[in-house]
Design a protein around this ligand. Sequence first.
Ligand code: ATP
Length: 295
Amino acid sequence: MIEIKDLTQEFSNGKGIFDVTFDVEDGEVFGFLGPNGSGKSTTIRHLMGYMKAQKGYAKIKGLDAWHQQSSARSHLGYLPGEIAFLDGMTGHQFLNMMAGLQGVHDKARRADLIDKLQFDPKESIRKMSKGTKQKVGIVATFMHDPDIYILDEPTSGLDPLMQNLFIDLVMEEKARGKTFLMSSHSFAEIERTCDRAAIIRNGRIVATENIHELQSMQRKAFNVTLTDKKEVASLLESEMKTEKVDELTVKIELQGNYDVFINTLSGYHVKNISADDQSLEEIFMDYYSKEEVQS
Ligand SMILES: Nc1ncnc2c1ncn2[C@@H]1O[C@H](COP(=O)(O)OP(=O)(O)OP(=O)(O)O)[C@@H](O)[C@H]1O
């Protein structure tokens, strides 16, 4: 659906993107993660056909994003990082203009989206909050029912409730077979929506990972609180990977060895057990720090 190969754009200041390569498959939700200035928007601009690559290519459904710009773009719903609204328009007027450009006449889907995102489209855009403007942008992106969505930081400016609503919307569209490329700073958002994610750093892809595999690779840790200090000393001597948290609490890291965990603990007086899972963010940060050491 989306194919990016050796995509390179070096700006005069030496910044840019270098040999960016990844694919997004049909029906996949693909996350694009990276710190500020890492090259996410530059990559996306190539996909939209706004920039000509110095090397490599970006393709949408086999169509070259630059050379076959308009046919490639006809499959896309694009939400830019910062939307340029025409001043003085109401939400409705802006959406009418966008529908005209998209050649969409059916307003039912638009009304449904407005209803879901809960905002007043009769309000002047100039007077709207950042979050409400973002909602107008989301409606404009989704209302023509494209096959592929390219979303640059889609939830920026949205409150947590709206972020959840947005995630539901993405999952509904995914269930309808739609494909997504979504840039984000938010690991929680990626964890909840994406099948795979690429991490970009200093213009280069440093990892492309299957989120479901990453989640299953997660090391599990438990904080076990005992009633007796002597038992703590004894537990720390056990064959499991342990670490003392405080006087009565021991952290135990597991790599699938639940039997040993349960059998060992059955010989102790356990006051409390709480899970201390490694977050997806921590797993990803390993990649960031590895790269830091190499560069
Ligand atoms: N036209 C340009 N001329 C020179 N440098 C540029 C240009 N466009 C982008 N850059 C630089 O290229 C790098 C990548 O920028 P880009 O906007 O793609 O990052 P990003 O990952 O989208 O960041 P953010 O999360 O802050 O939006 C940055 O260092 C940026 O300053």
